[in-house]
Design a protein around this ligand. Structure first.
Ligand SMILES: *[C@@H]1O[C@H](CO)[C@@H](O)[C@H](O)[C@H]1NC(C)=O
Ligand SMILES: *[C@@H]1O[C@H](CO)[C@@H](O)[C@H](O)[C@H]1NC(C)=O
Ligand SMILES: *[C@@H]1O[C@H](CO)[C@@H](O)[C@H](O)[C@H]1NC(C)=O
Ligand SMILES: CC(=O)N[C@H]1CO[C@H](CO)[C@@H](O)[C@@H]1O
Length: 845
């Protein structure tokens, strides 16, 4: 549990201070101490041993090279850093053991004892059995001796040909220096995420908005928060930042209570069930949280109540009586999400009790015109009840001052700044922080014993409490504004709560909290020409993406390519196929595959000697420029824009190969063959660089490329340092692995089938949207549904005509027309026709 950044040094004779001669490997702990003692390491391992699934993978990557042990780490899959760290420690541990076994006839008793203890740890048993075959430590020795002799990664002694470092002129600046390219770097395997800020490092605390537990997230939710944050987190780790990425499910509130009632479960059971659904979706999308927690914990109660009492003591809470909507037939006060009515500002007919989806304004539920209980559709009555309010007007001065600083020095997206400004311009009012509910964090004040905190007060405190569940020392992250930079990722509808309400809670509580430095908000992602809608079954939801057969990396790529950065964007199946086939397959995949194939076919799998000509230097400079752009953009969280520079590097690479034709030159005389060598060597190094730049976007593909190229781990740690350094990671003589194509073509009929399946063929109240969609996808046409829809279209058409005749409000008519068009589209699908393109609806231009 206390293990964190464990760094295993393979070339320890150089790296570990105060060791001048080769000796046993050492383990660097988060606190900067080195462990040499096998016993100490053993204890660490035992603490965490129960989590270690299997040892066999570890053993196969251990290699012996003369008497020096080389510990080769398999790239951390990211999914489970705990596992990777244990692996690394285990390797380290075995390294000790093997040194003992092979160098000495008699094994010291202490080694024997710790070996036996580890072999008995539950997670290690299978591996121990496989290796030892009942022969104890002697079995280990036999096993190691049976392992194939280490294959040198060098092919021949070609390194001496390396040209001496030369200056290369950059196309637009003079600072590109070839020496940087040919510089090799020290190799160290960095494995485990530490949980705590470190002196002298850039300490980044990263959150993505907590998804509400009982909604299955759709692609728009995924790109808006968790996926964007994941890319930035992966990038930050490659940059060498000390980073903690926290998220979890937001579990309290009426919506959960209701869902529980519907499903005949308790609210806790609902949360358990859907927390697992969320966790598995994010796992499939390879979202690499350090910790994915939940808000229904003891820590949440402790921290929320602490903040509450601090606000109370400092007089930032005021009491007031509020009028509330109560549904007499459901016998309860209606939470905002459970009231619907006409927006008092823009007349949108389906405004919720807290916010209008059309004009985005916040609404007081009692101000809704013609309110309805969403559960039973009865008209609620107004009742009064005593509540507590956060005194925002009193905190406005402090807030202003802090906002000036934060938005001035941090990377706030334009929409975040603008939404915040408009909130302040309208003037702050006290905001209610209590609710008449059961499922929530209890208000500790005796006068409000029956109440819980309102989710908008409570939920953001989840960031703190989830961190507290991750480490007892959570305050080192959350009460440390001097050392920690906080990034909040979210979709734009969440902005005011993160830029105004939550900061006011923390400012008022006066406990030296870390406040947001960089508020990163996306715009909306639409689905084809409409909005994602669970009830209408429109769009792809997280749990369905994996059933499409399209790999997680391709989903990630396309969503990031479309990231609504600066403006809304729309998911489209046809565009996805186009991007998959043109960008991934023809551009990126093609370049990387050709570069590798040339090495395999023309040079027996060994990177050839490169003699750089003017043209090659120009390419180097171009690639260096793209890399620097990528880094500048990523540093500013311009994730979509940075991706375009990766694709442009492979475009340059393809052109370079096309012009230089290595497949022809290889058959020519000496100078032509040298040309083929250089072009191939440079291309395969660019492929290696691409694998590193791609890692945040497509982690699995990145790893595949590095495996195919047999690329040293070290390249991953160095290329993205500073302003970006294109290192010649695959030097002449390096042996690459087996090359094979990275991507497959997406066929038109496959896309057409998916589009139909997720196109929204369900009627408004369909109980099982997925099942219906699948039937429709299999049959293409569905006569029964077509009949129902024909009827629905006719009725809706009548409704629209009546409204128009009555000169009803424009917004009302627009909404009904949109519904009509949608029904028509569904009808076309059910009849097996391709639908007419519908005009965009409900969107601000
Ligand atoms: C949070 O920590 C408590 C113990 O402190 C533990 O019982 C609980 O399972 C943890 N919850 C989560 C969601 O990790
Ligand atoms: C806030 O915390 C930092 C260290 O985390 C400390 O240096 C600073 O003095 C604290 N400030 C206050 C006002 O407590
Ligand atoms: C990438 O290349 C394309 C085509 O050559 C070009 O249109 C585009 O502007 C380039 N993008 C960037 C970000 O440089
Ligand atoms: C739609 C789609 O993703 N098509 C192909 C894109 O590339 C992957 C692999 O790289 C294929 O598996 C998909 O079928």
């Amino acid at each position: 549990s206390g293990l964190c950044w464990a760094t295993v040094y393979s070339h320890y004779k150089r790296v570990v201070p105060f060791l001048s001669r080769p000796a046993l490997p050492a383990l660097l702990l988060p606190n900067g101490l080195y462990l040499f003692s096998s016993n100490a390491i053993c204890r660490l391992l035992e603490c965490a041993g129960s989590k270690l699934p299997s040892l066999s993978a570890t053993l196969s990557t251990l290699q012996m090279e003369r008497r020096v042990l080389v510990i080769q780490d398999s790239p951390a899959s990211g999914q489970n850093k705990c596992f990777s760290a244990l692996m690394a420690i285990m390797k380290f541990y075995l390294a000790h053991l093997i040194v003992h076994c092979l160098q000495r006839a008699d094994v010291p008793k202490s080694v024997q004892a710790w070996f036996d203890r580890v072999a008995a740890i539950q997670g290690c048993q299978a591996a121990a059995q496989k290796v030892l075959q009942g022969k104890g430590l002697q079995g280990m020795k036999n096993y190691m001796q049976r392992q194939p002799a280490p294959q040198s990664s060098q092919c021949r002694d070609t390194l001496s040909h390396n040209s001496s470092p030369t200056e290369v002129a950059d196309v637009d600046s003079q600072d590109y220096v070839l020496t940087r390219w040919s510089k090799q770097n020290k190799s160290q395997v960095c494995v485990f995420p530490i949980s705590l800020p470190q002196e002298g490092k850039r300490n980044i605390l990263l959150t993505s908005a907590l998804p509400y537990v009982n909604n299955v997230p759709h692609l728009g939710n995924i790109i808006g928060c968790v996926l964007s944050a994941d890319v930035f987190s992966r990038y930050g780790r490659l940059r060498g930042w000390n980073l903690l990425f926290i998220c979890g499910t937001d579990e309290y509130g009426t919506a959960t209570e209701n869902k529980a009632r519907e499903e005949g479960l308790t609210p806790q059971q609902i949360c358990d069930k859907y927390h697992a659904v969320h966790a598995s979706i994010y796992k499939w999308f390879q979202i690499d949280f350090d910790f994915f927690g939940r808000t229904t914990t003891k820590k949440q109660t402790e921290i929320a109540q602490d903040i509450f009492w601090r606000l109370h003591k400092r007089d930032f809470l005021v009491e007031d009586t509020v009028e509330q909507l109560r549904c007499e037939s459901c016998q309860r006060f209606l939470a905002d999400r459970f009231v619907e009515g006409i927006c008092p500002f823009c007349n949108y007919p389906e405004a919720r009790g807290d916010q209008c989806d059309k004009c985005g304004r916040l609404i007081n539920a009692v101000e809704l015109r013609e309110p309805q209980c969403k559960v039973c559709r009865q008209t609620p009555v107004i009742r009064s009840s005593k509540h507590l309010f956060l005194d925002l007007p009193k905190l406005e001065g402090q807030l202003d001052e802090w906002l000036d600083k934060s938005t001035g020095s941090g990377d706030w997206t334009a929409n975040a700044k603008q939404i915040t400004r408009s909130w302040l311009r309208d003037g702050l009012k006290p905001r209610c922080i209590t609710r008449d509910l059961k499922w929530g964090t209890p208000v500790p004040h005796p006068d409000f014993a029956e109440k819980v905190f309102y989710v908008w007060f409570d939920a953001p405190i989840g960031y703190l409490s989830i961190t507290a569940n991750y480490t007892d020392q959570w305050e080192k992250w959350w009460k440390n504004p001097q050392q920690v930079e906080l990034y909040n990722f979210m979709a734009k509808d969440n902005v005011p709560f993160h830029s105004v309400v939550f900061p006011c809670s923390l400012l008022g509580a006066q406990d030296n909290y870390t406040l947001v430095n960089h508020l990163v908000a996306t715009e909306y992602l639409n689905y084809e020409d409409t909005k994602f809608s669970k009830s209408r079954g429109v769009g792809v939801f997280g749990d369905m993406a994996q059933d499409t057969g399209i790999p997680s990396d391709v989903w990630r790529f396309y969503l990031l390519y479309l990231r609504p950065e600066g403006q809304d964007s729309a998911f489209s199946w046809a565009d996805m196929a186009l991007k998959n086939n043109s960008e991934l397959l023809n551009n990126l995949g093609n370049f990387i595959n050709r570069a590798g194939m040339f090495v395999s076919k023309f040079f027996d799998g060994c990177v050839p000697v490169m003699e750089l000509q003017q043209e090659d230097k120009r390419l180097l400079a171009q690639v260096g420029w793209e890399l620097r752009q990528y880094i500048q953009l990523m540093d500013k969280v311009k994730i979509r824009d940075a991706l375009k520079h990766i694709l442009n590097i492979s475009r340059h690479g393809n052109q370079y190969i096309q012009v230089n034709e290595p497949w022809k030159n290889i058959k020519g005389g000496d100078s032509e063959r040298q040309r083929a060598s250089t072009v191939t060597g440079l291309s395969v190094n660019i492929a290696c660089l691409l694998s590193v730049m791609l890692q945040p976007y497509m982690p699995a593909v990145s790893q595949t490329i590095r495996k195919q190229l047999n690329a040293p781990e070290s390249c991953i740690n160095t290329m993205l340092q500073g302003t970006g350094t294109f290192v010649c990671a695959l030097t002449a003589g390096h042996r690459i692995g087996t090359v094979s194509p990275l991507f497959q073509k997406l066929e038109a009929d496959q896309i057409e089938a998916l589009k139909k399946r997720f196109g929204g063929q369900q009627p408004a109240a369909a109980p099982a949207p997925v099942a219906v969609a699948e039937t429709a996808a299999v049959n293409g046409a569905d006569p029964e549904r077509a009949r129902q829809l024909t009827q629905a279209v006719a009725e809706q058409g009548d409704k629209v005509r009546t409204l128009k005749a009555q000169k009803a409000e424009k917004a009302v008519i627009t909404a009904e027309v949109a519904m009509l068009l949608d029904l028509k589209k569904q009808l076309a699908l059910a009849e097996g026709k391709s639908p007419e393109p519908t005009p965009q609806k409900g969107k601000k231009k």
